[in-house]
Design a protein around this ligand. Structure first.
Ligand SMILES: Cc1cc2nc3c(=O)[nH]c(=O)nc-3n(C[C@H](O)[C@H](O)[C@H](O)COP(=O)(O)OP(=O)(O)OC[C@H]3O[C@@H](n4cnc5c(N)ncnc54)[C@H](O)[C@@H]3O)c2cc1C
Length: 341
């Protein structure tokens, strides 16, 4: 058990924020995690903030972290059992998400292909019910095991326990900062059902001359689309979509549409409409904006970027200006998707 002091986190967060952690340690099993938590208590530091870190691709450090950062490196992928239609696969929280998706595709297990190339680790996938191209993990989720930080108990959460919503779960709301996810089990299809109608997947497959796609073809199409649209954090610091797509009542959407005929919205049940936050931000003139090293990506208005030496405060201030500008231009409230630390 190695516990490091004032540990640099720049390489461990996709925004590339140059901050440090008061204490930092890695764990690769529930027992190691328990030992670290015990040690933290014995040192009289149990009251300090605790951050469980995965791939660091969905958070923004605004300043040095004054507590303990514990990096989850629990590995392993295990086929638990199968029936006629499904295979149940458990992955350690520290497994790289895209690596896990590729592993499943390699075995012909369908369901996760639309979620290819999402950065980060398996353990964070239920945190905000990651989603892309018409699929969310809740559609394939079976259960997860998580350690309750205060009691040390390991508990199992089924899909009903997790309260998944759009970029939401109980771990971001009611149970925030209370559990460490140890592993996640997905229920994957032996006879895949493809989702190719969302976004540009269909056109991408057509352009490649693929009429009868496999899950591998769909994954490859998603990878090509994502690579062409989204900035690579290895090249330019970012955490993907900074804001969620806001939901408004249908009546408000209709009146917005009269003033802005090009506005993009997707109907939801219950007379609601989900607006494309990227459209709002672009329409308000932010796309390509840059002040110092903090900016809005020139090709994707939903992505805030660090061109090199922006601080977390610079990025947060920019996000605040955008929130206010969208409020005054459209009377719509933007909510941050990225976890602000
Ligand atoms: C270029 C880019 C594109 C992206 N595209 C998408 C997309 O299409 N769809 C999407 O949904 N997301 C997307 N994201 C966001 C991000 O990839 C996901 O949210 C991902 O699941 C974060 O995983 P992580 O391991 O990096 O989490 P981290 O950033 O390390 O952590 C995120 C939060 O989860 C908590 N956490 C992490 N692991 C655990 C654990 N084991 N137990 C308890 N808490 C934990 C952390 O404390 C933190 O609060 C994108 C990000 C980038 C940079």
């Amino acid at each position: 058990m190695e516990i490091l002091a004032n540990y640099p986190l720049k390489k461990l967060n996709s925004f590339g924020m140059d901050v440090s952690a008061h204490r930092f340690a890695r764990f690769s099993s529930a027992d190691e995690l328990q030992a670290l938590l015990r040690h933290r208590r014995e040192q009289g530091e149990a009251a300090l903030p605790l951050l469980v870190l995965g791939g660091g691709s969905n958070l923004l450090f605004r300043e040095n972290f004054s507590g303990w950062v514990l990096k989850n490196e629990i590995g392993g992928v295990e086929e638990l059992h199968e029936d006629a239609d499904f295979v149940y696969v458990r992955a350690g929280a520290g497994e790289n998400w895209h690596g896990f998706v590729q592993y499943c595709i390699g075995r012909g297990w369908g369901g996760l292909e639309n979620l290819s190339l999402i950065p980060g680790n398996v353990g964070a996938s239920p945190m905000q019910n990651i989603g892309a191209y018409g699929v969310e993990i809740k559609d394939l989720f079976w259960d997860l095991r998580a350690l309750h930080i205060e009691s040390g108990r390991v508990e199992t959460f089924t899909v009903g326990d997790c309260h998944f919503g759009y970029r939401e779960s109980v771990f971001k709301t009611k149970l925030r900062n209370q559990y460490v996810i140890l592993d996640v089990t997905y229920c994957l299809r032996k006879k895949p059902v493809l989702h190719t109608s969302y976004g540009a997947i269909h056109q991408e497959l057509e352009a490649a001359g693929i009429g009868q796609p496999t899950i591998r073809d769909v994954a490859d199409a998603v990878i090509r689309i994502r690579q062409s649209k989204l900035p690579d954090p290895a090249v330019i610091g970012n955490a993907g979509s900074f804001f969620k797509n806001p939901t408004v009542p249908l009546a408000q959407f209709n009146s917005l549409q009269q003033q802005h005929p090009g506005i993009v919205g997707y109907p939801l049940p219950g007379d609601k409409v989900k607006l494309a936050a990227g459209w709002l931000i672009e329409a308000a003139g932010w796309k390509g904006y840059r002040k110092g090293d903090a900016g809005v990506h020139p090709r994707q208005a939903l992505v805030l970027v660090n061109y090199g030496h922006a601080t977390g405060a610079d990025i947060f201030d920019l996000s605040e200006q955008i929130v206010q500008s969208i409020r005054s231009a459209f009377n719509v409230e933007l909510e941050r998707e990225v976890n602000i630390i």
